[in-house]
Design a protein around this ligand. Structure first.
Ligand SMILES: [Zn+2]
Ligand SMILES: [Zn+2]
Length: 172
């Protein structure tokens, strides 16, 4: 079992080596990053001007782009939604094979704040670890510092650490 991170947009500023290292230490599994091209067109909702993340997960599962012995997560910068929510930072199949995380709402600039690439890197890392945690069957954790704590706002992400708490580690 290993983890595949599929970069589906341009992530020049992201420190991919550091991202892989941090994800690896959260799960103690090998992590591979590669760029991929996926046509997200069919998942675009013209009324919401957002992309349906559940549909993207189906697209990924049927794309033939993922290995048999991996958990695969797409990293994108699209604005994602699920029908019952205004937006999501990411989504995953619980106990499944696929997940997605988006940097769209993780940029400081999105909130009218100065650019902070280090903070963006940390937020992306936490969001990726969180969604991958769901693919390993982990549910939301009450510990606000645990990476599996649910985050509605970026401020919630900033309070978390990029790692599983002790009780989530036991369940992993
Ligand atoms: Zn979650
Ligand atoms: Zn936890």
């Amino acid at each position: 079992m290993f983890i595949e991170i599929l970069g589906a947009r341009n992530f020049e500023k992201l420190d991919v080596g550091l991202l892989c290292k941090d994800v690896k230490s959260a799960f103690n599994l090998e992590v591979a990053f590669r760029k991929t091209v996926i046509d997200f067109g069919a998942t675009f909702d013209a009324n919401r001007i957002q992309y349906n993340s559940t549909q993207i997960l189906h697209l990924l599962l049927n794309s033939g782009k993922i290995q048999n012995n991996s958990k695969a997560i797409i990293l994108t910068d699209l604005d994602l939604f699920v029908p019952i929510l205004t937006y999501v930072f990411g989504e995953a199949e619980l106990n499944g094979r696929t997940a997605i995380a988006s940097s769209h709402r993780l940029h400081n600039e999105y909130y009218g704040l100065p650019k902070n690439e280090q903070l963006l890197q940390t937020r992306i890392t936490k969001e990726i670890i969180h969604e991958l945690g769901h693919t390993f069957g982990l549910i939301h954790c009450k510990d606000y510092k645990c990476v599996m704590h649910s985050s509605t706002y970026v401020e919630d992400i900033d309070l978390k650490e990029a790692s599983l708490c002790i009780s989530c580690k036991v369940n992993f």
